[in-house]
Write a protein that binds this ligand. Structure first.
Ligand code: ADE
Ligand code: ZN
Length: 324
């Protein structure tokens, strides 16, 4: 249809997508067999069924299985190459990709292994597809701030220049204890990119801004429950990484029609559209634009979201001008 072609042709950026959450069922099966990982079903059909989540806990279970199949550099390169090729096929020109660095360190997989693998894929993807990738290492907040310290230490020791930010995800917890950690990340030139207000309430978003110096908010949909916070986000034009299908599939919203995206746009917020964990949520960035269209955004609205993404990215200004 016209909408389909319009969405495809929009030059897009993806600012919130997780490497490990981007593993296709076939790749999961291949790597699980290669390394004899036990916590994965044995057939493609069963893996596909397993990817239909009952709740957030089930999602985390599958996400960790993906993490456990990544062992050597070639595994990381294989996954990152697949992610890049799929982005390029959607006319996505640039992506900031979260990497669950701590989840690998805790299993004894070194930061060197992770970065060597994903960097090989990044440089090859840029050459082959013209898509540019940048990395955002993160840690699960609910595992404690010490896990963030280990992740940041590894980034500062081993991280390539293509690391642009530092993040926190997992189950939402109060962010106060992470203030010094994010001070240290920012002092090293990394952008502060926490998840906040996905399902943890508006207070997490305030903490992300006030205590972590957040430059964008991962999800942030709970902000809509707090009018003062909405006014602040509008005034300061803090970008929000919004992912409607993710929110539906993790149960953050009950029905697609309940998603606050249209209200956020109407409120003048700097909304960007993102896929989060595409195969695990049965989506991709194109489908998020399709969903935004279903929620009532027309072509000008969709184009505005794409421009918001470019503006909120950490591309250099000359590269932004080409895309806007
Ligand atoms: N890690 C990967 N996807 C996530 C999400 N939607 N929320 C929190 N942490 C995540
Ligand atoms: Zn996320």
């Amino acid at each position: 249809s016209d909408v389909e072609a319009f969405i495809h042709e929009l030059p897009k950026v993806e600012l919130h997508v997780h490497l490990e959450g981007s593993m296709q069922p076939a790749t999961l099966l291949e790597l699980a067999r290669k390394h004899g990982v036990a916590d994965v079903p044995g057939s493609l059909e069963e893996v596909r069924e397993w990817y239909v989540f009952r709740d957030f806990a089930h999602f985390i279970e599958v996400y960790l299985a993906s993490v456990h199949t990544l062992v050597d550099e070639e595994d990381f390169a294989l996954l990152a190459s697949d992610v890049a090729a799929r982005l390029a096929a959607q006319n996505v020109r640039y992506a900031e990709v979260h990497v669950s660095l701590y989840a690998h360190l805790m299993r004894g997989v070194s930061a060197r292994t992770v970065f060597n693998g994903i960097e090989a894929a990044r440089t090859e993807a840029e050459r082959r597809h013209g898509v540019r990738l940048r990395w955002v290492p993160d840690f699960p907040g609910d595992y404690g701030v010490h896990t963030g310290e280990q992740a940041l230490d590894a980034v500062l020791a081993e991280g390539p220049d293509s690391v642009v930010g530092f993040g926190v995800g997992g189950v939402e917890v109060p962010l106060g204890p992470m203030a010094e950690l994010f001070d240290r990340a920012r002092a090293a030139g990394l952008h502060s990119l926490p998840h906040a207000g996905e399902n943890g309430g508006p207070e997490r978003v305030r903490e992300a801004l006030d205590l972590l110096g957040a430059e964008r908010i991962g999800h942030g949909i709970d902000s809509m429950r707090d009018p003062e916070l909405v006014a602040r986000l509008r005034e300061e034009q803090i970008p929000l990484d919004v992912s409607p299908t993710s929110n539906l599939r993790t149960g953050a919203v009950a029905q697609v029609w309940d998603h606050p995206l249209p209200l956020m746009v109407e409120a003048g917020l700097a909304v960007t559209l993102n896929s989060d964990d595409p195969p695990m949520f049965g989506t991709d960035l194109t489908n998020e634009y399709r969903t935004a269209a279903q929620l009532g955004l027309g072509a000008p609205g969709l184009a505005a979201l794409a421009r918001n993404g470019v503006a909120a990215s950490f591309l250099e200004d000359s590269a932004k001008r080409v895309l806007i």
